[in-house]
Design a protein around this ligand. Structure first.
Ligand SMILES: *[C@@H]1O[C@H](CO)[C@@H](O)[C@H](O)[C@H]1NC(C)=O
Ligand SMILES: *[C@@H]1O[C@H](CO)[C@@H](O)[C@H](O)[C@H]1NC(C)=O
Ligand SMILES: *[C@@H]1O[C@H](CO)[C@@H](O)[C@H](O)[C@H]1NC(C)=O
Ligand SMILES: *[C@@H]1O[C@H](CO)[C@@H](O)[C@H](O)[C@H]1NC(C)=O
Ligand SMILES: *[C@@H]1O[C@H](CO)[C@@H](O)[C@H](O)[C@H]1NC(C)=O
Ligand SMILES: *[C@@H]1O[C@H](CO)[C@@H](O)[C@H](O)[C@H]1NC(C)=O
Ligand SMILES: *[C@@H]1O[C@H](CO)[C@@H](O)[C@H](O)[C@H]1NC(C)=O
Ligand SMILES: *[C@@H]1O[C@H](CO)[C@@H](O)[C@H](O)[C@H]1NC(C)=O
Ligand SMILES: *[C@@H]1O[C@H](CO)[C@@H](O)[C@H](O)[C@H]1NC(C)=O
Ligand SMILES: *[C@@H]1O[C@H](CO)[C@@H](O)[C@H](O)[C@H]1NC(C)=O
Ligand SMILES: *[C@@H]1O[C@H](CO)[C@@H](O)[C@H](O)[C@H]1NC(C)=O
Length: 432
């Protein structure tokens, strides 16, 4: 027979071991019962929200649930359990408009504010700077206008500032964005009308992980970033200078978009050290020279777009170190001045779905093995000096027009499918 040593030696431990967990369980059960989750909205916050509701334009009746005191039933609201103070307001995609946002400035416990995808047409209210508990603010895809007010620098707990898609938001990217909060991880100012240079302070903002300044009117020489980023989008601006190495992000950077700027020089071999890269877009710049044979891209790469530059020399014969591990899905090297033959190694990239090599100076034969790329759906080899065609069974769409291919008729039928000679721009549109 087993002896319960605990109860023999010190009986009080029995209480600790058996009764306490039971009590704990009871407490847990009580807490997770639905009745405990009824939160009565704080009366002050409720008054503010009703004032907001009475003035906001809400043609879709999105706020019709804003009645009574049960916070849980008010759409878009989250209240703190015990106090009933509003901690989160999420009014995304409700088609709201009007000049009523200052009504929200006294929700002083607010930690999250999401007003994205509405139709607010006004400057960003200065009094948003009073909401000092805010951790995330998302005003994206509205019609906010003017500049980012300096009062927002009082939001010292902010982790996410998302203002993209407000075409009339303009002016400089404020320098204080680099030091007002020690927690800022995400800054999204894309698709606005900001001009000027990237403030230096942003280059050193340690916690920053996600920086999207794409599709603005920013300029200046590209500089290196000192923090380890996951996402960096500077595409569709007017940046100049050469590509920085981004070595502080060597182990972290997933997405790098610097497309559609005025970047000059060659592609530095240090790009090879960006080991976490999945998406690299350097298209529509003025990159030139041959790609160094030592530049082997990350094995994590899914999308590589170097199109519309002045790159020359042979196509990179090694995109990744081993073709086995490479998961490359899209490769666009079109609109450059690459010459020589299509390297056989490209036909070993097993996951490839789209291959754009058009508008180069490629010669020689189209490797028959290209037809063995199981997932390949789109291939554009047009506007080259290629000379032969073979084994295309798995290709769904083919653009080989303007090549010197013997015996090629514009509508090619193989045993498995029809192959259409479709123009390059059309293919690009169907692939995002
Ligand atoms: C949004 O509101 C406008 C009027 O302000 C209305 O014409 C439009 O149909 C609404 N859209 C949706 C999706 O409710
Ligand atoms: C409060 O609202 C929630 C969600 O609508 C509902 O599940 C709950 O039963 C309501 N509580 C009371 C007391 O009405
Ligand atoms: C409310 O309490 C539940 C259970 O105790 C917890 O999971 C939840 O995070 C709390 N919500 C807030 C807003 O504090
Ligand atoms: C915000 O609201 C939208 C639409 O109601 C919903 O899809 C989304 O999950 C909500 N987000 C959060 C963080 O609650
Ligand atoms: C936004 O509001 C304007 C009027 O201010 C209206 O003409 C337009 O249809 C609205 N857009 C949407 C998407 O609701
Ligand atoms: C705001 O809501 C949208 C839609 O639910 C979501 O995609 C976005 O991540 C939210 N923003 C923040 C900062 O949480
Ligand atoms: C940010 O930096 C500026 C100038 O470098 C300085 O004047 C300001 O006090 C700093 N702000 C914070 C919050 O540290
Ligand atoms: C972009 O900035 C340049 C100067 O750098 C200016 O000439 C141009 O008008 C701006 N474009 C827009 C659309 O603001
Ligand atoms: C390049 O950026 C300009 C604005 O700077 C934009 O108008 C144009 O559509 C962009 N081109 C591409 C191919 O993205
Ligand atoms: C790369 O950026 C260009 C310019 O903005 C864009 O047109 C193209 O679709 C992007 N490439 C990929 C593969 O997303
Ligand atoms: C295509 O694959 C099949 C089956 O793996 C193989 O027999 C054939 O030789 C390959 N064709 C070429 C041109 O490599």
């Amino acid at each position: 027979m087993e002896i319960n040593w605990v109860s023999v030696v010190c009986p009080w431990k029995v209480f600790q071991l058996h009764v306490l967990p039971l009590l704990f369980l009871l407490v847990l059960l009580r807490c997770s019962s639905p009745c405990q989750c009824v939160v009565d909205l704080d009366p002050d916050d409720k008054a503010l929200l009703l004032a907001f509701k009475s003035r906001v334009q809400d043609p879709s009746q999105s706020l019709s649930s804003w009645v009574g005191t049960n916070c849980t039933s008010w759409s878009g609201l989250t209240c703190e359990n015990r106090t009933g103070r509003v901690v989160s307001i999420n009014l995304t995609n409700m088609n709201l408009s009007g000049k009523v946002l200052p009504k929200l400035c006294k929700l002083s416990f607010l930690e999250d504010m999401n007003l994205s995808h509405n139709n607010f047409t006004c400057p960003i209210p200065l009094c948003f700077g009073n909401l000092v508990s805010l951790k995330a603010i998302d005003l994206s895809h509205n019609r906010f206008l003017g500049v980012v007010p300096d009062t927002l620098m009082r939001l010292r707990n902010l982790k996410e500032l998302v203002l993209n898609g407000n075409r009339d938001l303009r002016g400089l990217v404020p320098g204080w964005l680099g030091n007002f909060s020690t927690n800022l991880e995400k800054l999204d100012l894309a698709s606005n009308s900001f001009c000027g240079e990237i403030p230096e302070s942003l280059l050193y903002l340690k916690p920053l992980k996600y920086l999207d300044l794409g599709n603005n009117n920013l300029s200046g020489n590209l500089r290196d970033f000192g923090q380890s980023l996951l996402v960096l989008n500077l595409g569709s601006n007017q940046f100049s200078g050469t590509l920085p190495c981004l070595s502080a992000s060597a182990q972290s950077l997933n997405i790098l978009n610097m497309a559609n700027n005025s970047i000059v020089g060659g592609i530095p071999t240090c790009v090879a050290s960006l080991q976490a890269l999945t998406h690299l877009n350097l298209s529509f710049n003025h990159l030139k020279y041959a790609i160094s044979p030592r530049l082997v891209f990350s094995e994590n790469l899914l999308v590589l777009d170097l199109s519309n530059n002045d790159l020359l020399g042979p196509l990179p014969h090694k995109i990744a170190e081993t073709t086995d591990k490479s998961g490359l899905v899209l490769l666009d090297l079109s609109h450059n001045q690459f010459s020589g033959e299509i390297p056989l190694r490209i036909t070993e990239l097993k996951s490839l779905q789209a291959l754009f090599l058009s508008h180069n100076l490629l010669t020689g034969e189209i490797p028959a093995r290209i037809g063995n790329l199981t997932y390949l759906q789109v291939i554009d080899l047009s506007h080259n000096l290629l000379s032969e065609l073979d084994a295309l069974d798995s290709l769904k769409i083919l653009d080989l027009s303007n090549n010197m291919i013997s015996g090629f008729s514009p509508w090619l039928r193989t045993n498995s499918m029809e192959i259409y000679p479709i123009g390059y721009s059309h293919l690009k549109k169907s692939k995002q």
